[in-house]
Write a protein that binds this ligand. Structure first.
Ligand SMILES: C[S@@+](CC[C@H](N)C(=O)[O-])C[C@H]1O[C@@H](n2cnc3c(N)ncnc32)[C@H](O)[C@@H]1O
Length: 354
């Protein structure tokens, strides 16, 4: 993944006024000061800066960005398409109102590999326990990942049975899908659900939980909220398993080079997976428009505190979690569960040791 050093950030910030003023267009003199491997991301940076003020010159930068990116990254091409539709960047409805849009992405070949590797890591990293499992799935989505994880944990002898499943998600449609799935797979377990954001209920959840799963959900709050939410949850947790996208969308401010470069890579990769190399079918198009577009537009138009996404790099997660959860809950393992040239996903395990 492209990571900008401080001197790159300085250069991009110095060149931006020249580029947005129109004195230098794509492939003009400004760009000759950018290393070749950064040109696609820089064009996205300029194009989205112009799009933020509904400047029609955004098109030229984004089209040039799409030409530089090729088929593996579709961020500039996709944002150009959104602009052609409405002329400005407008956040569509919530990304998780309809589970189908996310589920399409979660079941693509790359994400199946990623989830399979996450399940293997979880089984390898958790110690053998006896007795019954009480699990909380934070941001459970449609429950597909938990449904895959639980049989693997029991098969590997991590627990003997599943006694309680708590499903938490702010999307009523997600909770409903997850509840039907888990209740029918585990008829002997007590299956409870909450329609809520974790940060609003963390201190009131009954617990205790042998296992808390947070897959692609805890990044929906800024670092300071993550910190206090996880601190509130810590006393009820034995083990915490996270699956997250390795990206830098928390501390960088709106319109900054670091945010643009990270969004360009990670959302560009996601869009390339979803839309594929050929003209996308209706399901793929809907997944991009309903799941990815709300997040992408939020990152490109809303400041910290208002936007919906706060992905962080793995080392930042580790230090935040270690600080928030206290000395009794320690990092016990991590694994890259999907490595690609543009985006990685990783697993983290923190827990109590005897
Ligand atoms: C990318 S999906 C992941 C779903 C599922 N965990 C999986 O891995 O397939 C993110 C989920 O987190 C939920 N979510 C968003 N903000 C949340 C928050 N503040 N607290 C808990 N869940 C949240 C969304 O509604 C959505 O269902």
């Amino acid at each position: 993944m492209l990571t900008l050093e401080s001197r790159d950030v300085e250069t991009w910030n110095q060149l931006l006024p020249e580029a947005v003023s129109g004195r230098s267009g794509p492939a003009g003199p400004v760009e000759r000061q950018i290393p070749a491997e950064q040109v696609g991301a820089f064009r996205f940076f300029v194009g989205t800066s112009l799009a933020g003020s509904a400047d029609p010159r955004a098109d030229a930068w984004l089209d040039a960005g799409a030409a530089a990116d090729g088929a593996d990254l579709r961020a500039s091409a996709y944002v150009a398409g959104l602009l052609h539709g409405s002329g400005h960047l407008e956040a569509p409805r919530g990304a998780f109102d309809d589970p189908r849009a996310y589920v399409h992405f979660a079941t693509l070949p790359a994400m199946r590999v990623c989830r399979g590797e996450f399940v293997s890591f979880t089984v390898d990293s958790l110690p053998a326990e006896s007795g019954s499992l009480r699990v909380l799935d934070v941001g459970c989505g449609d429950g597909g990942l938990l449904a895959e994880l639980l049989p693997a944990l029991l098969d590997a002898g991590r627990w003997d049975e599943v006694s309680a499943i708590t499903l938490l998600d702010p999307s009523p449609a997600m909770v409903s899908a997850a509840k039907s799935r888990l209740a029918s797979a585990w008829p002997a377990a007590r299956v409870e659900s909450r329609v809520a954001r974790l940060e609003h209920v963390a201190s009131t959840l009954p617990g205790p939980y042998d296992l808390v799963l947070g897959s692609l959900s805890l990044h929906h709050m800024p670092a300071e909220v993550k910190h206090r939410t996880l601190a509130a949850l810590a006393p009820s947790i034995e083990h915490l398993l996270l699956l997250e996208l390795d990206a830098d969308h928390d501390s960088p401010e709106l319109g900054s080079p670091r945010l643009a470069a990270s969004v360009h890579q990670t959302y560009g990769w996601m869009l390339a997976q979803i839309l594929g190399p050929n003209p996308p079918d209706a399901v793929a198009r809907e997944s991009a428009d309903r799941f990815v577009a709300p997040e992408l537009v939020s990152l490109l138009t809303q400041p910290r505190g208002a936007r919906s996404e706060y992905h962080m790099r793995r080392d930042r997660w580790l230090s935040l979690l270690s600080g928030a959860m206290g000395p009794d809950i320690r990092p016990l393992g991590t694994r890259t569960v999907l490595a690609t040239p543009h985006a990685d996903l990783f697993a983290l395990h923190l827990g109590r040791t005897a």
